[in-house]
Design a protein around this ligand. Structure first.
Ligand code: G4P
Length: 524
Protein backbone atom coordinates (compact mmCIF):
# COMPACT_ATOMS: atom_id res chain seq x y z
CA UNK A 1 0.00 0.00 0.00
CA UNK A 2 1.21 3.44 -0.89
CA UNK A 3 2.62 5.90 1.62
CA UNK A 4 1.34 3.71 4.43
CA UNK A 5 3.76 4.93 7.06
CA UNK A 6 3.19 8.60 6.33
CA UNK A 7 -0.57 8.22 6.35
CA UNK A 8 -0.84 6.05 9.44
CA UNK A 9 1.05 8.53 11.58
CA UNK A 10 -1.50 11.26 10.88
CA UNK A 11 -4.16 12.25 13.40
CA UNK A 12 -6.66 14.78 12.10
CA UNK A 13 -9.21 16.07 14.56
CA UNK A 14 -11.22 19.05 15.73
CA UNK A 15 -11.71 20.52 19.18
CA UNK A 16 -15.28 21.55 19.83
CA UNK A 17 -16.91 23.31 22.74
CA UNK A 18 -19.39 25.89 23.79
CA UNK A 19 -17.77 29.33 23.60
CA UNK A 20 -15.56 30.05 26.63
CA UNK A 21 -15.14 26.45 27.78
CA UNK A 22 -11.44 26.65 26.86
CA UNK A 23 -11.05 25.42 23.29
CA UNK A 24 -8.52 28.09 22.33
CA UNK A 25 -6.52 27.59 25.51
CA UNK A 26 -6.42 23.82 25.05
CA UNK A 27 -5.38 24.16 21.40
CA UNK A 28 -2.55 26.40 22.46
CA UNK A 29 -1.37 23.99 25.11
CA UNK A 30 -1.38 21.11 22.66
CA UNK A 31 0.83 23.19 20.38
CA UNK A 32 3.06 23.90 23.35
CA UNK A 33 3.52 20.17 23.95
CA UNK A 34 4.18 19.64 20.29
CA UNK A 35 6.95 22.24 20.47
CA UNK A 36 5.13 24.11 17.71
CA UNK A 37 5.06 27.23 19.85
CA UNK A 38 7.26 28.11 22.78
CA UNK A 39 5.22 30.49 24.84
CA UNK A 40 1.61 30.41 25.82
CA UNK A 41 -0.51 33.24 24.49
CA UNK A 42 0.93 32.85 21.02
CA UNK A 43 -2.10 31.45 19.28
CA UNK A 44 -4.09 34.09 17.49
CA UNK A 45 -7.29 32.32 18.00
CA UNK A 46 -10.22 31.86 15.78
CA UNK A 47 -12.13 33.14 18.72
CA UNK A 48 -14.40 36.01 18.00
CA UNK A 49 -14.30 38.63 20.67
CA UNK A 50 -17.46 39.02 22.64
CA UNK A 51 -17.51 42.77 22.17
CA UNK A 52 -17.73 42.38 18.43
CA UNK A 53 -20.90 40.35 18.21
CA UNK A 54 -22.94 43.11 16.64
CA UNK A 55 -20.25 44.14 14.21
CA UNK A 56 -19.92 41.44 11.64
CA UNK A 57 -17.29 43.29 9.59
CA UNK A 58 -15.07 43.04 12.61
CA UNK A 59 -15.98 39.40 12.98
CA UNK A 60 -15.20 38.69 9.35
CA UNK A 61 -11.89 40.49 9.74
CA UNK A 62 -11.05 38.28 12.66
CA UNK A 63 -12.10 35.29 10.65
CA UNK A 64 -9.82 36.50 7.87
CA UNK A 65 -6.91 36.64 10.24
CA UNK A 66 -7.80 33.21 11.41
CA UNK A 67 -7.15 31.54 8.05
CA UNK A 68 -3.70 30.67 9.33
CA UNK A 69 -5.15 29.01 12.39
CA UNK A 70 -7.85 27.16 10.48
CA UNK A 71 -5.61 24.14 10.53
CA UNK A 72 -2.71 23.71 12.88
CA UNK A 73 -0.26 20.94 12.22
CA UNK A 74 2.49 19.79 14.53
CA UNK A 75 4.65 16.80 15.27
CA UNK A 76 4.43 14.91 18.55
CA UNK A 77 6.14 11.62 19.39
CA UNK A 78 6.46 10.73 15.74
CA UNK A 79 2.85 11.57 14.93
CA UNK A 80 1.75 14.32 12.58
CA UNK A 81 -1.18 16.01 14.25
CA UNK A 82 -3.63 18.23 12.39
CA UNK A 83 -6.03 20.26 14.50
CA UNK A 84 -8.88 21.79 12.56
CA UNK A 85 -10.11 24.91 14.24
CA UNK A 86 -13.78 25.73 14.33
CA UNK A 87 -15.30 29.17 14.70
CA UNK A 88 -16.41 29.99 18.19
CA UNK A 89 -19.26 32.22 17.14
CA UNK A 90 -22.51 30.29 17.03
CA UNK A 91 -23.64 32.08 13.88
CA UNK A 92 -20.99 30.13 12.07
CA UNK A 93 -22.11 26.77 13.40
CA UNK A 94 -22.66 25.56 9.85
CA UNK A 95 -18.92 26.08 9.19
CA UNK A 96 -18.20 23.93 12.20
CA UNK A 97 -20.60 21.23 11.05
CA UNK A 98 -18.77 21.01 7.76
CA UNK A 99 -15.36 20.99 9.39
CA UNK A 100 -16.52 17.93 11.29
CA UNK A 101 -16.86 16.10 7.97
CA UNK A 102 -13.10 16.47 7.43
CA UNK A 103 -11.87 15.03 10.73
CA UNK A 104 -11.32 11.50 11.93
CA UNK A 105 -12.00 12.24 15.57
CA UNK A 106 -13.03 14.98 17.95
CA UNK A 107 -12.07 16.31 21.38
CA UNK A 108 -14.89 17.99 23.27
CA UNK A 109 -14.02 20.57 25.92
CA UNK A 110 -16.48 21.00 28.75
CA UNK A 111 -16.34 23.60 31.51
CA UNK A 112 -16.38 21.71 34.84
CA UNK A 113 -18.69 24.28 36.41
CA UNK A 114 -21.09 24.66 33.51
CA UNK A 115 -21.26 21.09 32.27
CA UNK A 116 -22.79 20.38 28.88
CA UNK A 117 -23.93 23.58 27.15
CA UNK A 118 -26.13 24.22 24.13
CA UNK A 119 -23.49 24.48 21.41
CA UNK A 120 -21.73 21.32 22.61
CA UNK A 121 -24.98 19.39 22.48
CA UNK A 122 -25.62 20.52 18.93
CA UNK A 123 -22.14 19.69 17.68
CA UNK A 124 -22.26 16.32 19.39
CA UNK A 125 -25.33 15.47 17.31
CA UNK A 126 -23.19 15.80 14.21
CA UNK A 127 -20.54 13.49 15.71
CA UNK A 128 -23.22 10.97 16.62
CA UNK A 129 -24.67 11.07 13.13
CA UNK A 130 -21.27 10.47 11.59
CA UNK A 131 -20.12 8.04 14.29
CA UNK A 132 -17.02 10.13 14.95
CA UNK A 133 -14.93 8.91 17.91
CA UNK A 134 -14.86 11.52 20.68
CA UNK A 135 -12.75 12.20 23.76
CA UNK A 136 -13.86 14.62 26.44
CA UNK A 137 -11.68 17.06 28.36
CA UNK A 138 -13.30 18.46 31.49
CA UNK A 139 -11.60 21.82 31.88
CA UNK A 140 -11.16 24.42 34.63
CA UNK A 141 -10.63 21.97 37.49
CA UNK A 142 -8.69 24.75 39.22
CA UNK A 143 -12.11 26.30 39.92
CA UNK A 144 -15.02 24.96 41.90
CA UNK A 145 -17.10 22.86 39.57
CA UNK A 146 -19.67 20.10 39.59
CA UNK A 147 -18.97 16.78 41.30
CA UNK A 148 -17.03 14.63 38.80
CA UNK A 149 -19.43 11.67 39.10
CA UNK A 150 -22.41 13.96 38.52
CA UNK A 151 -20.59 15.41 35.54
CA UNK A 152 -20.04 11.97 34.05
CA UNK A 153 -23.76 11.23 34.41
CA UNK A 154 -24.58 14.54 32.79
CA UNK A 155 -22.20 13.87 29.90
CA UNK A 156 -23.82 10.51 29.27
CA UNK A 157 -27.35 11.83 29.46
CA UNK A 158 -26.83 15.05 27.54
CA UNK A 159 -24.44 13.86 24.88
CA UNK A 160 -26.02 10.46 24.35
CA UNK A 161 -22.74 8.56 24.57
CA UNK A 162 -21.25 6.21 27.15
CA UNK A 163 -18.29 7.61 29.08
CA UNK A 164 -15.22 6.11 30.71
CA UNK A 165 -12.94 8.28 32.86
CA UNK A 166 -9.28 7.69 32.04
CA UNK A 167 -7.98 10.31 34.41
CA UNK A 168 -9.45 11.35 37.73
CA UNK A 169 -9.21 14.64 39.62
CA UNK A 170 -8.05 14.84 43.20
CA UNK A 171 -10.30 17.52 44.61
CA UNK A 172 -10.94 20.76 42.74
CA UNK A 173 -10.85 24.53 42.98
CA UNK A 174 -8.57 25.86 45.71
CA UNK A 175 -7.98 22.33 46.93
CA UNK A 176 -7.16 20.84 43.52
CA UNK A 177 -4.20 18.51 44.01
CA UNK A 178 -3.80 16.89 40.64
CA UNK A 179 -5.04 14.10 38.44
CA UNK A 180 -4.49 10.38 38.59
CA UNK A 181 -3.91 8.92 35.17
CA UNK A 182 -6.03 5.79 35.20
CA UNK A 183 -4.82 4.82 31.74
CA UNK A 184 -1.12 4.87 32.65
CA UNK A 185 -1.49 4.45 36.43
CA UNK A 186 0.52 7.57 37.10
CA UNK A 187 -0.02 10.55 39.32
CA UNK A 188 0.29 14.10 38.11
CA UNK A 189 0.60 16.56 40.98
CA UNK A 190 -0.84 19.96 40.36
CA UNK A 191 1.44 22.95 40.12
CA UNK A 192 -0.29 25.87 38.47
CA UNK A 193 1.80 27.07 35.59
CA UNK A 194 0.65 28.81 32.51
CA UNK A 195 3.81 28.27 30.53
CA UNK A 196 5.45 25.03 31.49
CA UNK A 197 4.35 21.47 31.21
CA UNK A 198 4.16 19.41 34.37
CA UNK A 199 5.82 16.07 35.07
CA UNK A 200 4.07 12.91 36.09
CA UNK A 201 5.26 10.27 38.54
CA UNK A 202 4.44 6.62 38.69
CA UNK A 203 2.80 5.82 42.00
CA UNK A 204 1.22 2.71 43.45
CA UNK A 205 -2.28 3.70 44.38
CA UNK A 206 -2.20 1.54 47.52
CA UNK A 207 1.18 2.79 48.78
CA UNK A 208 1.74 5.15 51.70
CA UNK A 209 3.58 7.33 49.20
CA UNK A 210 0.24 8.49 47.86
CA UNK A 211 -0.80 9.67 51.32
CA UNK A 212 2.40 11.68 51.62
CA UNK A 213 1.85 13.24 48.24
CA UNK A 214 -1.76 14.31 48.44
CA UNK A 215 -2.62 13.95 52.13
CA UNK A 216 -4.43 11.09 53.85
CA UNK A 217 -7.92 12.37 53.28
CA UNK A 218 -7.56 12.95 49.54
CA UNK A 219 -5.64 9.70 49.13
CA UNK A 220 -8.48 7.79 50.79
CA UNK A 221 -11.04 9.59 48.64
CA UNK A 222 -9.07 8.84 45.48
CA UNK A 223 -8.87 5.12 46.33
CA UNK A 224 -12.58 5.10 47.03
CA UNK A 225 -13.37 6.95 43.79
CA UNK A 226 -11.22 4.61 41.71
CA UNK A 227 -12.93 1.63 43.24
CA UNK A 228 -16.29 3.12 42.43
CA UNK A 229 -15.19 3.82 38.86
CA UNK A 230 -14.09 0.20 38.49
CA UNK A 231 -17.42 -0.93 39.84
CA UNK A 232 -19.59 1.35 37.73
CA UNK A 233 -17.75 1.49 34.43
CA UNK A 234 -16.60 -1.36 32.25
CA UNK A 235 -12.85 -1.57 31.63
CA UNK A 236 -11.87 0.72 28.80
CA UNK A 237 -11.90 -0.95 25.39
CA UNK A 238 -10.38 1.08 22.59
CA UNK A 239 -12.77 -0.51 20.10
CA UNK A 240 -15.74 1.01 21.91
CA UNK A 241 -14.09 4.38 21.52
CA UNK A 242 -13.37 3.82 17.84
CA UNK A 243 -16.96 2.70 17.29
CA UNK A 244 -18.10 5.99 18.89
CA UNK A 245 -19.93 4.12 21.66
CA UNK A 246 -17.70 5.26 24.53
CA UNK A 247 -15.96 8.57 25.09
CA UNK A 248 -12.84 8.51 27.31
CA UNK A 249 -12.92 11.43 29.76
CA UNK A 250 -9.94 13.42 31.06
CA UNK A 251 -9.88 16.13 33.72
CA UNK A 252 -7.56 19.11 33.95
CA UNK A 253 -6.96 22.78 33.58
CA UNK A 254 -5.91 23.94 30.15
CA UNK A 255 -4.98 27.38 31.42
CA UNK A 256 -2.53 25.82 33.86
CA UNK A 257 -1.24 23.33 31.28
CA UNK A 258 -2.47 20.61 33.52
CA UNK A 259 -3.98 17.26 32.62
CA UNK A 260 -3.36 18.07 28.97
CA UNK A 261 -0.47 15.65 28.55
CA UNK A 262 -2.61 12.75 29.77
CA UNK A 263 -5.12 13.65 27.10
CA UNK A 264 -2.58 14.09 24.33
CA UNK A 265 -0.59 10.93 25.08
CA UNK A 266 -3.70 8.82 25.10
CA UNK A 267 -5.02 10.63 22.04
CA UNK A 268 -2.04 9.84 19.81
CA UNK A 269 -2.12 6.24 20.91
CA UNK A 270 -5.79 5.50 20.38
CA UNK A 271 -7.23 8.14 18.04
CA UNK A 272 -7.85 6.81 14.55
CA UNK A 273 -5.42 7.38 11.68
CA UNK A 274 -7.13 8.67 8.51
CA UNK A 275 -10.27 6.65 7.93
CA UNK A 276 -11.80 5.49 4.65
CA UNK A 277 -14.17 8.00 3.08
CA UNK A 278 -17.39 7.11 1.26
CA UNK A 279 -17.85 8.31 -2.29
CA UNK A 280 -21.05 7.71 -4.23
CA UNK A 281 -19.24 5.19 -6.41
CA UNK A 282 -17.20 3.38 -3.77
CA UNK A 283 -15.32 3.58 -0.50
CA UNK A 284 -11.95 5.28 -0.78
CA UNK A 285 -9.14 3.95 1.42
CA UNK A 286 -6.48 6.48 2.53
CA UNK A 287 -3.54 4.31 1.49
CA UNK A 288 -4.67 4.03 -2.11
CA UNK A 289 -1.94 5.32 -4.37
CA UNK A 290 -4.01 7.80 -6.38
CA UNK A 291 -4.82 11.18 -4.87
CA UNK A 292 -8.41 12.05 -4.01
CA UNK A 293 -9.82 14.84 -1.88
CA UNK A 294 -12.81 17.10 -1.32
CA UNK A 295 -13.45 20.75 -0.50
CA UNK A 296 -15.03 21.13 2.93
CA UNK A 297 -14.61 24.82 3.50
CA UNK A 298 -14.12 27.96 1.47
CA UNK A 299 -12.69 31.03 3.05
CA UNK A 300 -13.51 34.20 1.18
CA UNK A 301 -11.07 37.02 0.93
CA UNK A 302 -12.27 40.18 2.59
CA UNK A 303 -10.90 42.30 -0.23
CA UNK A 304 -13.89 42.86 -2.53
CA UNK A 305 -11.61 43.87 -5.40
CA UNK A 306 -10.34 40.40 -5.95
CA UNK A 307 -12.86 37.76 -5.41
CA UNK A 308 -10.25 35.28 -4.32
CA UNK A 309 -10.77 32.55 -1.78
CA UNK A 310 -8.95 29.68 -0.21
CA UNK A 311 -10.56 26.32 -0.77
CA UNK A 312 -9.69 23.87 2.00
CA UNK A 313 -9.22 20.37 0.66
CA UNK A 314 -9.12 17.28 2.82
CA UNK A 315 -6.79 14.76 1.24
CA UNK A 316 -8.70 11.45 1.40
CA UNK A 317 -6.20 9.16 -0.28
CA UNK A 318 -2.70 9.03 -1.67
CA UNK A 319 -0.43 12.01 -2.05
CA UNK A 320 -1.26 15.48 -3.29
CA UNK A 321 1.54 17.21 -5.22
CA UNK A 322 2.16 20.78 -6.25
CA UNK A 323 1.96 21.56 -10.00
CA UNK A 324 0.39 18.22 -10.88
CA UNK A 325 -2.84 18.12 -12.85
CA UNK A 326 -5.90 16.95 -10.94
CA UNK A 327 -9.43 16.51 -12.12
CA UNK A 328 -12.11 18.84 -10.83
CA UNK A 329 -15.02 16.43 -11.18
CA UNK A 330 -17.94 18.90 -11.19
CA UNK A 331 -16.32 21.10 -13.83
CA UNK A 332 -14.89 18.12 -15.69
CA UNK A 333 -11.55 19.84 -16.18
CA UNK A 334 -7.96 19.37 -15.15
CA UNK A 335 -6.46 21.95 -12.82
CA UNK A 336 -3.04 22.29 -11.28
CA UNK A 337 -2.03 24.30 -8.30
CA UNK A 338 1.20 26.21 -8.10
CA UNK A 339 0.80 27.55 -4.60
CA UNK A 340 -0.97 25.03 -2.37
CA UNK A 341 -0.53 25.87 1.28
CA UNK A 342 -0.30 23.72 4.34
CA UNK A 343 -0.39 24.82 7.89
CA UNK A 344 2.29 24.13 10.45
CA UNK A 345 1.58 25.66 13.84
CA UNK A 346 0.59 29.16 12.81
CA UNK A 347 2.62 29.40 9.70
CA UNK A 348 0.96 29.06 6.36
CA UNK A 349 3.50 27.82 3.88
CA UNK A 350 3.61 26.61 0.32
CA UNK A 351 4.03 22.87 0.20
CA UNK A 352 5.15 20.41 -2.44
CA UNK A 353 3.17 17.48 -1.14
CA UNK A 354 0.53 16.43 1.35
CA UNK A 355 -0.77 13.00 2.36
CA UNK A 356 -4.14 11.52 3.18
CA UNK A 357 -5.27 13.06 6.46
CA UNK A 358 -3.71 16.43 5.67
CA UNK A 359 -5.51 19.60 4.68
CA UNK A 360 -4.25 21.76 1.84
CA UNK A 361 -5.40 25.28 1.10
CA UNK A 362 -5.84 26.04 -2.60
CA UNK A 363 -6.01 29.68 -3.69
CA UNK A 364 -9.07 29.95 -5.91
CA UNK A 365 -11.03 32.48 -7.91
CA UNK A 366 -14.40 30.81 -8.16
CA UNK A 367 -13.68 27.26 -9.36
CA UNK A 368 -14.66 25.59 -6.13
CA UNK A 369 -17.85 24.99 -4.24
CA UNK A 370 -18.27 23.20 -0.95
CA UNK A 371 -18.34 19.46 -1.53
CA UNK A 372 -16.34 19.47 -4.79
CA UNK A 373 -14.20 16.41 -5.44
CA UNK A 374 -10.66 16.44 -6.86
CA UNK A 375 -8.99 13.26 -8.07
CA UNK A 376 -6.06 12.02 -10.12
CA UNK A 377 -8.57 11.25 -12.88
CA UNK A 378 -11.16 8.84 -11.51
CA UNK A 379 -14.82 9.92 -11.68
CA UNK A 380 -15.65 10.07 -7.98
CA UNK A 381 -18.09 12.08 -5.94
CA UNK A 382 -17.48 12.25 -2.22
CA UNK A 383 -20.59 12.15 -0.09
CA UNK A 384 -21.11 13.44 3.33
CA UNK A 385 -21.27 17.19 3.25
CA UNK A 386 -24.71 17.57 4.65
CA UNK A 387 -26.70 20.73 4.85
CA UNK A 388 -28.29 21.24 8.22
CA UNK A 389 -31.81 22.33 8.78
CA UNK A 390 -31.52 26.11 9.19
CA UNK A 391 -33.25 27.96 11.98
CA UNK A 392 -33.78 31.46 10.65
CA UNK A 393 -35.51 32.34 7.42
CA UNK A 394 -36.11 35.40 5.26
CA UNK A 395 -37.44 36.00 1.79
CA UNK A 396 -34.76 37.52 -0.38
CA UNK A 397 -35.91 40.01 -3.02
CA UNK A 398 -34.08 41.89 -5.71
CA UNK A 399 -33.92 45.58 -4.77
CA UNK A 400 -32.38 46.71 -8.05
CA UNK A 401 -34.14 45.35 -11.15
CA UNK A 402 -31.19 46.35 -13.33
CA UNK A 403 -28.97 43.93 -11.44
CA UNK A 404 -30.96 40.70 -11.58
CA UNK A 405 -28.10 38.75 -13.15
CA UNK A 406 -25.58 40.00 -10.63
CA UNK A 407 -27.87 39.03 -7.78
CA UNK A 408 -28.30 35.55 -9.21
CA UNK A 409 -24.59 35.07 -9.71
CA UNK A 410 -23.74 36.40 -6.26
CA UNK A 411 -26.33 34.19 -4.62
CA UNK A 412 -25.09 31.14 -6.53
CA UNK A 413 -21.54 31.72 -5.45
CA UNK A 414 -22.28 32.58 -1.85
CA UNK A 415 -24.48 29.50 -1.52
CA UNK A 416 -21.65 27.49 -3.14
CA UNK A 417 -19.36 28.74 -0.42
CA UNK A 418 -21.91 27.49 2.07
CA UNK A 419 -22.72 30.88 3.58
CA UNK A 420 -26.40 29.92 3.87
CA UNK A 421 -29.05 27.78 2.19
CA UNK A 422 -31.48 28.78 -0.51
CA UNK A 423 -34.96 27.34 -0.93
CA UNK A 424 -37.52 28.08 -3.60
CA UNK A 425 -41.10 28.22 -2.42
CA UNK A 426 -43.33 25.99 -4.57
CA UNK A 427 -46.34 28.16 -3.95
CA UNK A 428 -45.02 31.47 -5.22
CA UNK A 429 -41.49 30.77 -6.50
CA UNK A 430 -40.08 33.24 -4.01
CA UNK A 431 -36.62 32.51 -2.70
CA UNK A 432 -36.03 31.93 0.96
CA UNK A 433 -32.61 32.15 2.57
CA UNK A 434 -32.14 29.93 5.61
CA UNK A 435 -29.32 30.42 8.11
CA UNK A 436 -28.32 29.40 11.60
CA UNK A 437 -27.78 32.99 12.73
CA UNK A 438 -28.83 36.58 12.12
CA UNK A 439 -25.29 37.58 11.21
CA UNK A 440 -25.32 35.59 8.00
CA UNK A 441 -28.10 37.76 6.53
CA UNK A 442 -25.91 40.81 7.06
CA UNK A 443 -22.91 39.05 5.56
CA UNK A 444 -24.92 38.09 2.46
CA UNK A 445 -26.35 41.58 1.96
CA UNK A 446 -22.95 43.20 2.32
CA UNK A 447 -21.13 40.79 0.08
CA UNK A 448 -23.81 40.90 -2.63
CA UNK A 449 -23.43 44.65 -2.76
CA UNK A 450 -19.66 44.90 -2.48
CA UNK A 451 -18.58 41.90 -4.50
CA UNK A 452 -21.37 41.61 -7.08
CA UNK A 453 -22.90 45.10 -7.19
CA UNK A 454 -26.32 43.63 -6.43
CA UNK A 455 -28.81 44.89 -3.93
CA UNK A 456 -31.16 42.70 -1.98
CA UNK A 457 -34.05 43.31 0.34
CA UNK A 458 -35.21 40.99 3.10
CA UNK A 459 -38.80 40.25 3.92
CA UNK A 460 -39.98 38.35 6.93
CA UNK A 461 -41.24 34.81 6.69
CA UNK A 462 -42.40 33.05 9.76
CA UNK A 463 -40.97 29.55 9.74
CA UNK A 464 -39.85 27.17 12.45
CA UNK A 465 -37.86 24.62 10.47
CA UNK A 466 -37.17 23.42 6.98
CA UNK A 467 -36.85 19.66 6.67
CA UNK A 468 -36.14 17.37 3.81
CA UNK A 469 -38.84 14.79 3.15
CA UNK A 470 -38.93 11.45 1.40
CA UNK A 471 -41.03 8.30 1.33
CA UNK A 472 -40.95 4.82 -0.15
CA UNK A 473 -44.58 5.36 -1.07
CA UNK A 474 -44.56 7.65 -4.10
CA UNK A 475 -48.31 8.14 -3.99
CA UNK A 476 -48.22 9.19 -0.36
CA UNK A 477 -45.39 11.62 -1.11
CA UNK A 478 -47.41 13.21 -3.90
CA UNK A 479 -50.43 13.34 -1.63
CA UNK A 480 -48.38 15.06 1.06
CA UNK A 481 -46.99 17.58 -1.39
CA UNK A 482 -50.49 18.34 -2.69
CA UNK A 483 -51.97 18.74 0.75
CA UNK A 484 -49.10 20.88 2.01
CA UNK A 485 -48.58 22.76 -1.21
CA UNK A 486 -48.32 26.16 0.44
CA UNK A 487 -45.58 24.81 2.75
CA UNK A 488 -43.44 23.07 0.13
CA UNK A 489 -40.17 24.24 -1.34
CA UNK A 490 -37.16 22.82 -3.14
CA UNK A 491 -33.52 23.11 -2.13
CA UNK A 492 -30.61 23.97 -4.43
CA UNK A 493 -30.55 20.41 -5.75
CA UNK A 494 -34.28 20.34 -6.42
CA UNK A 495 -35.08 18.13 -3.44
CA UNK A 496 -38.38 18.38 -1.61
CA UNK A 497 -38.36 20.46 1.52
CA UNK A 498 -41.23 20.93 3.96
CA UNK A 499 -41.42 24.35 5.60
CA UNK A 500 -42.94 23.94 9.02
CA UNK A 501 -44.38 27.09 10.53
CA UNK A 502 -44.24 25.77 14.07
CA UNK A 503 -43.11 22.79 16.09
CA UNK A 504 -46.74 21.86 16.56
CA UNK A 505 -47.48 21.85 12.82
CA UNK A 506 -44.39 19.74 12.23
CA UNK A 507 -45.52 17.21 14.82
CA UNK A 508 -49.00 17.16 13.30
CA UNK A 509 -47.58 16.54 9.85
CA UNK A 510 -45.42 13.72 11.21
CA UNK A 511 -48.41 12.17 12.96
CA UNK A 512 -50.75 12.54 9.96
CA UNK A 513 -48.26 11.13 7.47
CA UNK A 514 -46.44 8.21 9.10
CA UNK A 515 -45.11 7.01 5.76
CA UNK A 516 -43.21 10.23 5.17
CA UNK A 517 -39.72 10.53 6.61
CA UNK A 518 -38.69 13.99 7.83
CA UNK A 519 -34.95 14.69 7.83
CA UNK A 520 -33.16 17.48 9.61
CA UNK A 521 -30.00 17.22 7.57
CA UNK A 522 -29.72 16.79 3.82
CA UNK A 523 -27.63 13.62 4.26
CA UNK A 524 -29.94 10.65 4.47
P1 G4P B 1 -13.00 29.19 23.95
O1 G4P B 1 -11.91 29.17 22.92
O2 G4P B 1 -13.61 27.85 24.18
O3 G4P B 1 -14.01 30.24 23.75
O4 G4P B 1 -12.32 29.52 25.36
P2 G4P B 1 -10.91 30.14 25.74
O5 G4P B 1 -9.83 29.14 25.57
O6 G4P B 1 -10.73 31.46 25.09
O7 G4P B 1 -11.15 30.32 27.29
C1 G4P B 1 -12.20 31.10 27.81
C2 G4P B 1 -11.80 31.70 29.14
O8 G4P B 1 -11.58 30.64 30.08
C3 G4P B 1 -10.51 32.50 29.07
O9 G4P B 1 -10.61 33.56 29.99
C4 G4P B 1 -9.48 31.49 29.55
O10 G4P B 1 -8.33 32.10 30.10
C5 G4P B 1 -10.27 30.75 30.61
N1 G4P B 1 -9.76 29.40 30.88
C6 G4P B 1 -9.38 28.45 29.98
N2 G4P B 1 -8.94 27.34 30.61
C7 G4P B 1 -9.06 27.57 31.92
C8 G4P B 1 -8.74 26.81 33.10
O11 G4P B 1 -8.29 25.69 33.05
N3 G4P B 1 -9.01 27.41 34.30
C9 G4P B 1 -9.51 28.66 34.40
N4 G4P B 1 -9.71 29.13 35.62
N5 G4P B 1 -9.81 29.41 33.32
C10 G4P B 1 -9.58 28.88 32.10
P3 G4P B 1 -11.02 35.00 29.57
O12 G4P B 1 -10.89 35.85 30.79
O13 G4P B 1 -12.34 35.00 28.87
O14 G4P B 1 -10.00 35.36 28.47
P4 G4P B 1 -8.48 35.76 28.59
O15 G4P B 1 -8.53 37.22 28.77
O16 G4P B 1 -7.90 35.03 29.75
O17 G4P B 1 -7.93 35.33 27.28
Amino acid sequence: MAYEQEINRRRTFAIISHPDAGKTTLTEKLLLYGGAIHVAGAVKSNKIKKTATSDWMEIEKQRGISVATSVMGFEYRGYKINILDTPGHQDFAEDTFRTLTAVDSVIIVVDAAKGVEAQTRKLMQVCTMRKTPVMIFVNKMDREGKDPFDLLDELEAELGIGVRPLSWPINMGMKFKGVYNIYQEKLNLYTPNKQKVSETVAVDIDSAELDTMVGEEDAAKLRQDLELIDGVYDPFDVNDYLAADIAPVFFGSALNTFGVRELLDCFVEIAPAPLPVEAEERRVVPTEEAFTGFVFKIHANMDPNHRSCIAFVKVCSGRFERNVNYKHIRLGKMLKFSAPTAFMAQKKETVDEAYAGDIVGLPDTGNFKIGDTLTSGEELHFKGLPSFSPEMFKYIENADPMKTKQLQKGLDQLMGEGVAQLFTHSNNNRRIVGTVGQLQFEVIEYRLLHEYGAQCRWEPVSLYKACWIESDDAEELENFKRRKFQYMATDKDGRDVFLAESGYLLQMAQADFPKIRFHFTSEF
